[in-house]
Design a protein around this ligand. Structure first.
Ligand SMILES: Cc1ncc(COP(=O)(O)O)c(C=O)c1O
Length: 393
């Protein structure tokens, strides 16, 4: 089955009994049992729920594996992976560019529990090989990364991690299974902020963990019930609904990102554009090899002051200033003060994360409106500079 067909047909037959084309929401906390312990596979909705189970089957079909567990948020999903696979004294390797919430979870929750976090340039094979040891339990990457869209060679990283007995976790939130299949490249675990492109409409918070090997998945599935960070049946149903248009949405997001990257690259007020589809992007060749498209996200550094960044991000017509990404409505964000504010300023500077970086999540609007909105903002900035220099002069 092709991707778009899977989003609509995988595990989604019409409902037996009524013929309802769309599966109902099983909005229940519990299930009547025939005898104690004798039931139809469902006993309590923290443990299992038919709407959630259906969503898990669809996500597994999209990532090409048999096991998926959904959680109340992307960070709850990440927590389950880390709790399942890290003990005090164990080491985890993360790249220089990683979602701020993942960084905070590792450094403020798991590090105090005795886990050792190495944040290194995993793109440099020598540095990566030196950081790997028998104590490394997990290597955790995103590709493309949040917020600079860096691209890592997933197959090479998987091979090096496996040679030391470590598991490779890929956060596939930015790429999505439509553009990238990490398990085919050697990943052991895939995590998602379902909140983003999978759900696709900025109307819920949700996460997912997927695994190929049942032995890798089992402790994560155990924690889904044991710690209980599960999503509501209604949110699972909304995701199932959103997924049905995923291919259409992703194609539009990607076209919009490409059009914007082209318009911003070379603009005098833009210092640098981060978009893997540009031939000048350092990860362009790897992205061509391991992705089937360049995704819907991009970011850029403004040639200007932080005050100008503030004005720019706060006054767009179609890009709402907000955290998050991956919805049909365009979003703009200033990572240094929003999504990545949990990384201290000095560490952000050391990582190369500029305070002038602006992240864009083009929605499914027409690209002409989105491009015009950004170019108008840059033109207004230029005009403001000219008028203030006239006043000063
Ligand atoms: C790449 C990435 N991973 C994980 C998360 C966390 O997901 P959630 O916000 O659903 O907890 C985010 C959120 O922005 C993200 O961008």
């Amino acid at each position: 089955m092709e991707f778009a067909t899977r989003t609509i047909h995988a595990a989604q037959p019409s409902e037996p009994g009524t013929g309802s084309l769309v599966a109902p929401i099983f909005q229940t906390s519990t299930y009547e049992q025939d005898e104690p312990g004798v039931h139809q596979g469902f006993d309590y909705s923290r443990t299992n729920n038919p709407t959630r189970a259906r969503l898990e089957q669809v996500l597994a079909a999209l990532e090409g594996v048999a096991h998926a567990a959904v959680f109340a948020s992307g960070l709850a999903a990440e927590t389950a992976v880390l709790q399942a696979w890290l003990k005090p004294g164990d080491e985890v390797i993360i790249p220089l560019d990683v979602y701020g919430g993942t960084y905070r979870l590792l450094t403020r929750v798991f590090k105090p529990l005795g886990c050792i976090v190495h944040q290194i340039d995993v793109a440099d094979p020598k540095i990566f090989a030196a950081a790997l040891s028998q104590r490394t339990k997990l290597v955790w990457i995103e590709s493309p990364t949040n917020p600079r869209l860096l691209v890592y060679d997933i197959a090479a990283i998987a091979a090096a991690a496996h040679a030391q007995g470590a598991l490779l976790v890929v956060d596939n939130t930015f790429a999505t299974p439509f553009f990238q299949q990490p398990f085919e490249l050697g990943a052991d675990i895939v995590v998602h902020s379902v909140t983003k492109y999978l759900a696709g409409h900025s109307d819920l918070i949700q996460g997912a963990v997927l695994a190929k090997d049942p032995a890798v998945f089992e402790p994560i599935k155990f924690l889904q019930n044991a710690t209980g960070a599960v999503p509501s049946p209604f949110d699972c149903w909304l995701t199932l609904r959103g997924l049905k248009t995923m291919e259409l949405r992703m194609l539009r997001h990607a076209d919009n990102a490409a059009a914007i990257a082209e318009a911003l690259a070379g603009h005098p007020l833009v210092r640098r554009v981060y978009y893997p589809g540009l031939a000048s992007h350092p990860g362009h060749e790897i992205a061509r090899r391991q992705m089937t498209g360049f995704g819907g996200m991009l970011s850029f550094e403004l040639e200007g002051s932080v005050d100008e960044v503030t004005d720019f991000v706060s006054s767009r017509r179609f890009f709402a200033l907000g955290e998050s990404l991956g919805g049909v409505k365009a979003l703009i964000c200033h990572p240094a003060r929003m999504t990545h504010a949990s990384i201290p300023a000095r560490e952000r500077a050391a990582l190369g994360l500029s305070d002038r970086l602006i992240r864009l999540s083009p929605g499914c609007e027409n690209h002409r409106d989105l491009v015009a909105d950004l170019v108008d903002g840059l033109t207004a900035l230029q005009a403001a500079r000219v008028s203030s220099s006239i006043v000063v002069g």
